[in-house]
Ligand binder design. Structure first.
Ligand SMILES: [Zn+2]
Length: 81
């Protein structure tokens, strides 16, 4: 989650965003976290940051053999400039 938040912050800074409106996250089959659980953690981590209240779209993979199966990948970020 810390990694995800750091990458989100990098993207927001690069885009000179005032706030993060939404983000898409891809959840590897072996990432050991459910979409619901991820959403809970995101809500907590985003509180008080420019990503507070951002819409979170999660794609859950069931491909155990994917090279990123253990990863949580930030796929896209929608910002308000
Ligand atoms: Zn937890």
């Amino acid at each position: 989650m810390a990694n995800l938040m750091r990458r989100l912050d990098e993207v927001a800074k690069a885009e000179r965003a005032r706030r993060v409106v939404g983000l898409s996250v891809w959840l590897g089959a072996l990432s050991h976290i459910s979409a619901e659980h991820l959403a809970e953690h995101f809500e907590q981590a985003a509180a008080g940051t420019i990503a507070e209240g951002a819409r979170l779209d999660v794609t859950v993979s069931d491909d155990l053999h994917d090279a990123d199966a253990q990863e949580i990948v930030l796929e896209s970020v929608e910002v308000e400039i």
